[in-house]
Ligand binder design. Structure first.
Ligand code: FE2
Ligand code: FE2
Length: 371
């Protein structure tokens, strides 16, 4: 009996060694799409195309979905929040309908416009946003798309060797970003348990500023672009070398990136506002490369989207270095367009450790066998 138990443990050890050895390098190339800030809004009475091209939003998302569906080897798609205009139940429904047209599996992160009450209720018929859906309704509607159960945050391995995390950074009733204590604790534990896998964290609010005004109090709402406890969360990212990329939205500007310690933070353009783009990534154990492409649409929609981002004088937020007038407009458009980073690549520095280097006690690896 003792001998057979020993043989069993020996056999399991060999299996674990082989498993860890092979899955540490579990993928050669992964292709995935990222979209953000679709702000889906059905064209009910009172809805207009403004900074957010709401009347066009359903067609714009469907157009991006069609583009993803033309990529035969696309492994998955992630949507980085602000999926609806203001958490209206009818917009949740059309969002789900269009997202379900994706051929690839997709995962959902919630944005500040996806949970009631949203700030600044809009003036149009129908239930006001304060009576829109809650976070739990969203989580229920998108079970199996990251969410498994009632939690607002999630993690999974879309393919062996790659770990992805979807954070919830939202605070009901405000545009601000914050990660609550229970989620911070979960993040730390999740990263500890998955420290042999290259990890990408998806979020709505970002952890870094993209413009010098982003954390200033000049414009109250826009001072809330960055998660307010970003330093606490970055300290957790820094504990785990597998955290290689943090990908978010919320800012409605062209893709750009910033390195903080060993982590690359990447912000993504909106689908519903200029420059309306979707992004396709290719990830190998050595490199992350991308192409951020314009969403195919009519010339008229593109023209209006570009005009609307400039807006009428005094009507819309402008960076303090984008004064009103032709020169300021040009500078502002350049900032939003970020044409220089529509294509790019970044190195992957994380190398999964092999068996024996993981620092996982052997009884933890063999926990199932000896219990
Ligand atoms: Fe947004
Ligand atoms: Fe947002």
């Amino acid at each position: 009996m003792k001998r057979s138990k020993g043989l069993l443990i020996g056999l399991l050890t060999v299996l674990v060694v082989v498993f860890v050895w092979t899955t540490s390098y579990g993928f050669e190339a992964v292709k995935f799409g990222v979209i953000s800030d679709m702000h889906m809004g059905m064209a009910v009475e009172g809805i207009k195309d403004e900074f957010k091209m709401t009347v066009s939003s359903v067609d714009l998302l469907r157009s991006a979905v069609n583009e993803f569906n033309k990529i035969p080897d696309l492994d998955f798609v992630v949507a980085c929040g602000d999926l609806t205009l203001d958490a209206e139940p009818w917009n949740l429904e059309i969002l789900k309908t269009v997202m379900d047209e994706l051929r690839a599996p997709y995962y959902i992160v919630l944005g500040n416009h996806d949970l009631s009450p949203v700030p600044k209720p809009r003036k149009f018929p129908g239930p006001p946003p304060a009576r829109g859906v809650t976070r739990s309704t969203f989580v229920w509607a998108f079970q199996g798309h990251g969410f498994e159960g009632p939690e607002f945050w999630w993690s999974l391995d879309p393919i062996p060797g790659l770990h992805i995390i979807g954070l919830d950074t939202n605070v009901p009733g405000t545009w601000a970003g914050h990660i609550v204590g229970a989620e911070v604790k979960w993040l730390d534990q999740d990263l500890y348990s998955n420290r042999d896998k290259l990890t990408i964290v998806f979020t709505h609010h970002g952890f870094v500023a993209w413009h010098k005004d982003d954390k200033s109090m000049k414009w109250k709402e826009y001072a809330q672009f960055v998660v307010d406890n970003a330093a606490e969360v970055q300290a957790i990212f820094d504990k785990y070398p597998q955290v290689s990329f943090v990908m978010g939205g919320h800012r409605h500007i062209g893709l750009r990136y910033k390195k903080v310690n060993d982590v690359y933070h990447i912000v993504h353009p909106a689908i519903c506002s200029y420059p309306m783009r979707y992004t396709v990534y290719t990830l190998t154990p050595k490199e992350l490369s991308w192409v951020s492409r314009d969403v195919p649409s009519t010339k008229d929609i593109w023209k209006r989207a570009k005009e609307n981002i400039i807006g009428k004088p005094g009507e819309w937020w402008r960076g303090s270095d984008h004064p009103e007038g032709p020169a300021g407009d040009k500078k502002m458009l350049k900032f939003f367009e970020a044409k220089e980073t529509m294509k790019g690549k970044l190195p992957v520095s994380f190398k999964p450790k092999r068996y024996g280097e993981l620092g996982i006690p052997s009884e933890e690896l063999l926990g199932v066998a000896v219990r």
